[in-house]
Design a binder for this molecule. Structure first.
Ligand SMILES: Cc1ncc(COP(=O)(O)O)c(C=O)c1O
Length: 418
């Protein structure tokens, strides 16, 4: 007889706490110490746009296989600067996937553009070419596609749609550092990429940070101006601040940490892949039927910011929520996908809270699209209701994989439909 579920008073599969990621080590400390040592010896503060930031941007671009990087203060700031660099006009429409962080959508209306929300493609977490192409109109000025959870979107197909209509594509790589499609990093397919380097991401710049990456020198130049109050970088002598914007600079301190993190990224991503392949093998070996790990599109290699796992409630006597609750009670950090992933269902969007009570950009007489359009996004709704999230990371070892599999087997055993 198998043990009772922990949620019903039985013993927990896992008593020990789950390991932390351990992102920082002597490399980051040495980089930060060096900045302080120099500042203390010279008396000059470190700032921004200094040697550390310049080197970080160069090394980031090298990592991406060449191009230009503008280091900024967050992923949201990167998207804002990227949109501004593209020159999107107010009251145009920007197509954006429904499943994203609020920071992956809010910069659109903050530039007075209307976000037009695309459902995800079945079997994925991002829109595909089909979902995007049915939303393109003469008002479309850009497409933003996020590679959610480190699972690459079909960005090549989306770029093809964009090209057909003369619309640029921004890749939101906030969750997809090191994710690959056909051997190329996500972020190298679109016109420009927006990256977040906040502390929860694969690589981070200490707290907050972001990067605008592009292979276009012209877009890079515009991004630099957009991320620093329109300063006349790369403009003829005598030019003055070119356009209103915010100060979205990264600091040299953050960039110094980021340089050390770039070096760690490939190994970190490989370790995540190894954890996931062992989980997959374990699910298959044990013949578990209650869960399936989301599969990437052919030719894509996710970098697994988290692991989307489908719960087959039709094979169980419980629903997804009870299944997740049971796993959590066993000591495995499973959860539902959370409230933060569907920005267009949030108050700021539904109540149009962007510019005071004006309702802009939707309410503007200059907007000629459908201001009241609703976005049910049935494919995303099915994933939100039917999947759970496992927070896999590079710190998972044999014990975490074994405990996760043991807990899955135990919970499935208790709830399997017979
Ligand atoms: C897909 C996506 N886009 C944008 C952002 C915003 O990045 P940041 O939190 O650095 O502003 C995030 C943050 O998690 C994200 O996941």
């Amino acid at each position: 007889m198998s043990a009772a579920l922990a949620m019903r008073g039985g013993p927990r599969v896992r008593e020990r706490p789950w390991p932390q990621r351990g992102q920082f080590g002597p490399e980051e400390k040495a980089a930060v110490d060096a900045l302080f040592d120099e500042s203390i010896s010279t008396g000059a503060p470190f700032g921004y746009d200094g040697p550390a930031e310049t080197a970080f941007c160069r090394e980031f671009a090298e990592m991406m296989g060449g191009g230009f990087a503008d280091a900024v203060s967050s992923g949201s700031a990167a998207l804002y600067a990227a949109l501004k660099a593209l020159g999107v006009e107010p009251f145009s429409e920007v197509i954006v996937g429904c499943m994203t962080d609020p920071g992956g959508m809010m910069p659109i209306p903050l530039l007075n553009c209307v976000p037009v929300v695309a459902d995800i493609a079945p079997g994925s977490l991002s829109p595909g070419p089909e979902q995007v192409s049915e939303l393109v109109t003469p008002l479309t000025s850009a497409i933003v596609v996020a590679h959610i959870a480190g699972y690459p979107a079909d960005v090549e197909g989306i770029v093809e749609v964009g090209r057909r209509h003369g619309v640029p594509v921004i890749e939101d790589c906030a969750q997809a550092h090191g994710a690959e499609i056909g051997g190329r990093y996500a972020g190298t397919f679109g016109d420009v990429a927006a990256v977040s380097t906040m502390f929860g991401k694969h690589m981070n710049t200490g707290g907050q940070g972001g990067v605008v990456f592009t292979r276009s020198e012209e877009l890079y130049r515009r991004s630099r101006r957009a991320s620093d109050r329109g300063k006349p970088f790369f403009l003829p002598d005598g030019s003055t601040n070119d356009a209103a914007s915010l100060n979205l600079n990264m600091s040299d301190l953050a960039a110094a940490i980021g340089r050390a993190q770039i070096g760690k990224l490939p190994d970190l991503v490989e370790r995540r892949r190894e954890v996931v392949s062992r989980l997959e093998a374990g699910v298959a070996d044990q013949g578990l039927e209650s869960v399936s790990i989301m599969q990437p599109p052919p030719g894509a290699r996710p970098s697994y910011w988290w692991l989307p796992v489908e719960v087959h409630a039709e094979r169980l006597t419980c629903g997804r929520d009870e299944f997740v609750e049971a796993l959590a009670a066993e000591g495995v950090p499973a959860s539902d996908l959370g409230w933060g992933l569907m920005p267009h269902r949030m108050t700021w969007f539904t109540q149009r809270r962007v510019f005071g009570s004006s309702g802009y950009p939707w309410a503007s007489p200059d907007y000629t699209g459908d201001a009241g359009r609703e976005y049910p996004c049935p494919n995303a709704a099915a994933v939100m209701d039917g999947f759970m999230k496992l927070p896999v990371h590079e710190g998972w070892g044999d014990g975490e994989v074994a405990d996760t599999l043991a807990a899955l087997a135990k919970v499935e055993g208790a709830f399997r439909r017979r």
